[in-house]
Ligand binder design. Structure first.
Ligand code: NI
Length: 156
């Protein structure tokens, strides 16, 4: 596994619509492992393939319940509402208030290309929405209510 370079906001790759993955390949398996490693190293809870410069519909998420790999994710149901601070590894040190559904159900393929259904509330619902937005070229900053603010992280 290897760390990938995380693209920063302003990079055109973050504004593109990503393509579906139709076939699993060894290269995509390596990409998945690299994305997980990159997300953990950056202490993020999610990472989308375009954030490492790959225009494929693939996201990884871990909100503390173990790694989730979602290929071609589609939100099929969303309800409730939560407003809270949200950040992105492509805009380190910043956060903003974003309103998201509090409960979502998404369909996707796992890394074996098997259909899965993921149900999330609270942070997981937020992460699924945030990461799937990346696949359509959207950053959370488009939805921020009020101003972005600086956040500081404790160094290890
Ligand atoms: Ni993000």
């Amino acid at each position: 596994m290897a760390l990938r370079t995380i693209r920063m906001q302003g990079d055109a790759v973050l504004t593109k619509k990503c393509r579906e993955i139709t076939e699993m390949t060894p290269k995509i398996q390596v990409l998945i492992d690299d994305m997980l490693e990159t997300m953990y190293e950056a202490q993020g809870v999610g990472l989308a393939a375009p954030q490492v410069g790959i225009l494929k519909r693939l996201v990884v998420i871990d909100v503390g319940e173990g790694p989730l790999v979602l290929i071609n994710p589609q939100i099929v149901s969303a309800d409730g509402e939560q407003t809270g601070g949200e950040g992105c590894l492509s805009l380190p040190g910043m956060a903003g208030q974003v309103t998201r559904p509090n409960h979502v159900i998404a369909k996707a393929l796992d890394r074996d290309m098997k259909e899965i259904t993921v149900e999330g509330t609270d942070l997981l619902a937020r992460a699924i929405c945030h990461e799937t937005d990346h696949l359509d070229g959207h950053m959370y900053t488009e939805f921020v209510e009020g101003e972005l603010y600086e956040v500081s992280y404790e160094e290890d």
